[in-house]
Design a protein around this ligand. Structure first.
Ligand code: PBG
Length: 325
């Protein structure tokens, strides 16, 4: 054949492929979500093979191991004992609560590790919703935002580097920024769940924390999976309200949203490869038909290629271990 243009020349050997590679995935792009619980034992999470709910002492060890492999940050999700869950979610701003104690322990043991906290009421709320629920079952926006501000301040006092509102209430980024700034925490960053969809992929996570809504669903605050323009609207608001990082969640089924946000803002973009995405790869690997490490890497590379600067993934430590080998 008379073919002057042969794209295969750029794939002919490992070094050439290295030279022309467009996307990089390294441990520094990964954020490790960790579950924690009271007591001094760890509990394996049935629906998320390889994940545990850690006691604080072992959480510190696990985070340190990931950090030593180059993972820059962790994000914390607490399992709150049922007796501490209330309709007002007051435990979320208890300075002696599980999350602030864990943040202090992590920052003391690993000062260079970035500690991110989740700002939302669902682990603390007896109704299992991210917001306060009225007597007639509505999710109360403005009342919830006031509690989220108290929660974020509690995390900031404990030493959190970044607070991360995952609740999807309107106006919470601006309110959190103002509350943090007026309390002297202008250095605490906000990573906003900007486009968080009402997704069925969160199932294993809700099992891990026993945080599923007691009634109804989350569709009046989390976004409709059918919508993309609406994500741009949320992004414009979060940026104007002072968010430092915008997040898309879930990641794999929403690569188009990641790409659209990447094009629409100069802010860093995070993407959350959620529990259901993790479980699907784990289950596929357990069937013997998928290579877990290769599929995990490819899924993360795809999320980076779509435009995510950083990825929250339960594979963070494992992937970093493989890269170190
Ligand atoms: C709730 C929250 C959820 C996740 C992170 N924060 C679940 C939900 O919105 O119901 C899901 C994460 C995952 O599935 O891995 N604030």
């Amino acid at each position: 054949m008379n073919l002057p243009i042969r794209p295969r020349r750029n794939r002919k050997s490992p070094v050439i492929r290295d030279l022309v590679r467009e996307t990089e995935l390294t441990p520094r792009h990964l954020i490790y979500p960790l579950f924690l619980q009271e007591g001094d034992e760890n509990t394996p999470i049935e629906a998320m093979p390889g994940c545990q709910r850690w006691c604080v002492a072992d959480l510190v060890k696990e985070a340190g191991a990931a950090h030593a492999l180059g993972v820059p940050a962790v994000v914390l999700f607490p399992r709150i004992p049922d007796e501490l869950k209330t309709r007002g979610a007051e435990e979320c701003h208890n300075d002696d609560g599980l999350v602030p104690r864990a943040v202090r322990a992590l920052k003391k043991a690993h000062p260079s590790l970035a500690v991110i906290t989740d700002v939302a009421l669902d682990p603390y709320n007896s109704d299992g919703h991210d917001g306060l629920v009225s007597d007639d079952g509505r999710i109360l926006n403005d009342e919830t935002v006031a509690v989220l501000c108290q929660q974020a301040l509690c995390h900031a006092r404990a030493g959190a580097d970044i607070v991360s509102p995952s609740d999807m209430m309107d106006g919470r980024v601006g309110a959190l920024r103002a509350a943090l700034d007026s309390a002297g925490f202008s250095g605490v960053s906000i990573m906003s769940y900007t486009a968080k969809y009402a997704s069925a992929y969160y199932g294993p996570f809700r099992g891990a924390l026993d945080s599923a809504p007691k009634a109804g669903d989350k569709k009046t605050y989390q976004m409709d999976p059918a919508n993309a323009r609406e994500a741009l609207r949320e992004a414009a608001l979060d940026e104007a309200e002072g968010a430092d990082i915008l997040m898309v969640k879930p990641a794999g089924p929403y690569l188009d949203i990641i790409a659209k946000l990447r094009a629409a803002t100069t802010l860093p973009i995070a993407a959350y490869q959620v529990s259901g995405e993790y479980l699907m790869i784990k289950a596929g690997a357990a069937s013997g038909w998928l290579d877990e490490d290769k599929v995990a890497l490819e899924s993360l590379l795809g999320i980076r290629r779509a435009g995510a600067d950083m990825i929250l993934t339960y594979f963070a430590k494992r992937v970093a271990e493989r890269m170190a080998e």
